[in-house]
Design a protein around this ligand. Structure first.
Ligand SMILES: Nc1ncnc2c1ncn2[C@@H]1O[C@H](COP(=O)(O)OP(=O)(O)OP(=O)(O)O)[C@@H](O)[C@H]1O
Length: 399
């Protein structure tokens, strides 16, 4: 290990690790989102802007740093407005994740997955176009439009009848809730991600569109090709007929391997996770870590608090002190010099008296990351006396 690395290892504190961890988590979420949702050009713009910002900080480009500094709030607001749906989706996903367990939307039923599997295979064979929604944990309603409430038992003949091309309700999607056909003829939001839809048309775009908005799984049977596709988590993939049954059993929570598969998924997205940690660590080295300690001196006001009424401090009294602080350069960014002050409590007084305070122990609003090297004066002493009564005005002598 070279000298720099060993110095970093020696000096890194628990709070620094927490700092890096939080930034790594935010970066990971951003990377995953950029990869899944945002267009390539948006990703490139984000990377480009981050590069210019880092360069500006590295080379101390004053003007560029200022523009980023004052533009950051505007950019943040614009991002919130533009990506409000993604942000809302992110929060919904968080509150319905397995860290906040809720009732499973898939009641375990061998019968249900078998019936659905058999129907989907049959529809594929007959090249009957179909769209079937299996909800996840996130709320769906605001993404579904139109349709007719059914609330019927899920069965092979009923599903085939619904998606028969002569049936008035075959257009749109069917929603399966709690093992029942809840609604039919539902219109879904269309995805605009042509690269993922590939050769599919609006039916496939509708399946992907819903899977981009929430954690529902949408099954698509293609009328034109007789293929079966599944849209989930912003991805659309074609399934082999042999994979239909296991995939359905997986979603209906029957497969023994569900839990073990989840546990075995810890390495999923490992490259992205490592990239997020590496970026967070680099940012920390660049902006937060600085081995060299610098000293800075500030002029700090002195205030005298709670001087009883009718008493005064004999002038001249000290009203400023010079405070010399030390710490690494980035730690000084935590300091608000205008908020620092030496606050001296006068309190109760019985007669003319001399009061004395240590200035260091009365220094307020100093970040704990910085240490005091010296304060001049190290102590303040004042004399307090009763206010003198104003001399009564002497009028002209009467004749
Ligand atoms: N927004 C939507 N929500 C639900 N279903 C839709 C939506 N838009 C289109 N559909 C369904 O898709 C059908 C049209 O499918 P289209 O041929 O355009 O797409 P496709 O992906 O090529 O499907 P296929 O492979 O079955 O031909 C419509 O008749 C309707 O049933």
């Amino acid at each position: 290990m070279n000298a720099f690395a060993s110095r970093v290892v020696e000096q890194i504190r628990l709070s620094d690790l927490l700092d890096i961890g939080i930034i790594a988590l935010l970066l990971y979420v951003t990377f995953v989102w950029l990869r899944a949702r945002a267009s390539r050009s948006l990703g490139l713009i984000a990377v480009g802007l981050a590069g210019v910002f880092l360069l500006a900080r590295w080379l101390d480009l004053y003007l560029t740093s200022m523009v980023f500094h004052y533009g950051a709030m505007g950019i943040l607001l614009a991002l919130v407005v533009v990506f409000q749906h993604d942000i809302r989706h992110g929060f919904e996903r968080l509150t319905t994740s397995r860290w906040f367990p809720g009732p499973s939307p898939y009641p375990p039923s061998q019968n249900l997955s078998d019936t659905l599997g058999e129907t989907i295979r049959e529809m594929a064979q007959k090249q009957m176009g179909a769209l079937i929604i299996l909800p996840g944990r996130e709320p769906l309603d605001r993404h579904l439009h139109g349709g007719v409430a059914v609330d019927a038992t899920l069965s092979y003949p009923l599903l085939l009848s619904i998606f028969h091309s002569q049936s008035p309700g075959h257009d749109g999607a069917v929603l399966i809730e709690q093992g029942r056909i809840a609604r039919l003829g539902i219109h879904l939001p269309l995805s605009a991600d042509l690269s993922r839809i590939r050769s599919g048309g609006t039916r496939h775009a509708a399946a992907l569109g819903l899977a981009e908005c929430c954690d529902a799984t949408v099954w698509v049977v293609s009328e034109e090709r007789g293929t079966v596709s599944i849209a989930h988590d912003g991805e659309l993939s074609i399934l082999e007929p042999s994979a239909i049954g296991p995939r359905l059993r997986d979603y209906f929570g029957q497969q023994d391997g569900v839990q073990s598969r989840r546990n075995g998924n810890w390495h999923k997205g490992m490259v992205t996770k490592l990239a997020a940690v590496a970026c967070a660590f680099s940012l920390w080295i660049l902006f937060a870590y600085q081995a060299d300690t610098v000293q800075r001196t500030f002029v700090v006001p002195i205030e005298y608090r709670n001087l009883p009424e009718g008493w005064e401090i004999v002038e001249p009294k000290s009203i400023f002190a010079e405070v010399t602080l030390s710490g690494s350069d980035p730690k000084f960014t935590l300091l608000r010099p205008e908020e620092m002050m030496i606050s001296l409590e006068v309190g109760e007084i019985r007669g003319r008296s001399m009061l004395r305070w240590e200035t260091q122990s009365n220094l307020k609003n100093l970040p704990s990351e910085l240490s005091v090297e010296q304060i001049a004066p190290p102590a303040v002493a004042v004399t307090v006396r009763k206010k003198l009564a104003p001399k009564s005005a002497v009028g002209p002598a009467s004749p």
